[in-house]
Structure formats: C-alpha cells, structure tokens
Ligand binder design. Structure first.
Ligand code: FES
Length: 74
C-alpha cells in the first residue's frame, strides 16, 4: 500500500466522474488522453464531444416559452 492518501473519485449523479488530477485516461482502443487539471471531469454519459472528458453535454436543455434555452436541473 502506498504512503499517499487515497485518490478522491467522486461520482456526480447524472453527470461526470470527478477524479483528482493529473490523470491519464486509457480508452478501449488503447489511445490515451491526459489532463493536468487539479480536478478532472470524466464523462460517464458518452454524450460529450470531448469524450472522455466531460463538456457538460450531460445537462438536459429545455426551451422556455420565450425561446431561450436553459439548462435543466439534474
Ligand atoms: S458526463 Fe458530462 S458530458 Fe457526459
């Protein structure tokens, strides 16, 4: 067992998996994506255009009566 504290991984309901960075994410095809951010949002919904990183596409969008688009709460 390492002397370092366990790495925090937080699952956001309906959203990404938040992982303390930096990280190197290996995809099923063997390719890798690296992020040196302090906290990295890994997409769990597969809708992200930046997959495997979350781009907030998991948020549902609703159209208001005035025609504008707002994010709906989770
Ligand atoms: S979890 Fe955010 S875009 Fe997929």
């Amino acid at each position: 067992m390492s002397d370092q504290p366990p790495r925090l991984v937080r699952v956001v309901p309906g959203g990404p998996v938040m992982v303390e960075g930096p990280v190197c994410i290996e995809l099923p095809d063997g390719s890798t994506v690296e992020s040196d951010r302090f906290m990295v949002a890994v997409c769990a919904c597969r809708r992200s255009k930046a997959y495997p990183l979350c781009d907030t596409s998991h948020r549902r969008r609703v159209r208001t009566d005035q025609g504008s688009v707002q994010s709906a709460s989770q």
